[in-house]
Design a protein around this ligand. Structure first.
Ligand code: R5P
Length: 277
């Protein structure tokens, strides 16, 4: 559990809470540890089931603020973060709504690689995003990759891929992606030429897996050797991980969302961000 790891890295106690449901299905949260006047860090997953996890978070923050705790809210993965603006008239800005509910009770906010960094501007409390690319670089530095090239599956992931490439000391490139709809993309890698090079495809989020599968196919056709895939947030909707595992040699993610592929822990990054205050 990530909260336990963060507590270990901070050298502090792991608090406890009772979380249950009323018979009508509504959630009940009671903080069990005595936290009056303490610095408290709440680490909450807001991946599936998102709505339920968010209500739990809001109730937990409310309970803590009632005890005058100085609360830092940590969302390793920012659920609802991709509806980060109004794309069409009348749409709710979900990322902003989440921010408003958090800042009512928390004094500080930390997240990891939000899809768009500007969502932090929705917070009136101090808020920071932490970058996990160096951890992905470190993980693959231990591997014996053959003339590696780090590839972003689209232009949006290029900066992150570049940071991973810098940490590995290798070349970086990006595919061109056109989104046709949710889970449907077409990708080309015409500008990338490979000669058996191992390829590490890096993205912030893997959701349906379509982006990665299409870029892996394009890179194979350009002469890729082994294909490794890494992401920060393994949302993995439906058969995403199975689809990727059929085309890639290895799939690795961080534990901002706990999955069987979460081999890279962000606990140290979170602890360092908490210490920086
Ligand atoms: C898009 O800009 C993101 O960086 C990811 O590439 C995207 O969310 C992945 O979605 P999917 O796995 O459904 O293709």
């Amino acid at each position: 559990m990530l909260a336990r790891e963060v507590a270990g890295a901070l050298g502090c106690e792991l608090g406890s809470a009772v979380i249950k449901r009323f018979p009508d299905g509504e959630k009940y949260v009671k903080v069990d540890s005595k936290v009056e006047g303490e610095d408290v860090v709440v680490v909450q997953s807001t991946s599936r089931p998102q709505d339920e996890n968010l209500i739990e978070l809001f109730l937990m923050l409310d309970a803590l603020s009632d005890q005058w705790a100085d609360v830092t809210a940590v969302l390793p993965y920012y659920g609802y973060g991709r509806q980060d603006k109004s794309f069409a008239a009348g749409e709710a800005v979900a990322a902003r709504t989440i921010a408003k509910h958090i800042e009512v009770s928390a004094r500080r906010f930390i997240t990891i690689n939000p899809h768009k960094k500007y969502i932090l501007d929705y917070f009136k409390i101090p808020s920071v995003s932490v970058d996990a690319s160096s951890l992905i670089g470190e993980y693959f530095r231990e591997r014996d990759l053959n003339q590696p090239v780090v590839v972003a599956p689209d232009a949006g992931a290029r900066d992150m891929a570049q940071r991973v490439a810098d940490s590995l000391g290798c070349e970086c490139a990006n595919c061109e992606k056109k989104r046709l709809g949710p889970g449907k993309v077409i990708t080309s890698a015409e500008n990338i030429s490979l000669d058996g090079n191992d390829v590490l495809i890096v993205d912030d989020i893997i959701d349906s897996g379509g982006t990665i599968v299409e870029s892996a196919k394009a890179l194979r056709s350009r002469g890729a050797g082994n294909i490794y895939v890494a992401c920060v947030h393994p949302v993995f909707t439906g058969a995403a991980s199975e689809r990727i595992s059929r085309i890639a040699d290895e799939l690795v993610a961080t534990n901002t969302i706990q999955t069987e592929y979460s081999k890279i822990s962000v606990a140290g990054l979170i602890a360092d961000a908490v210490k920086r205050g």
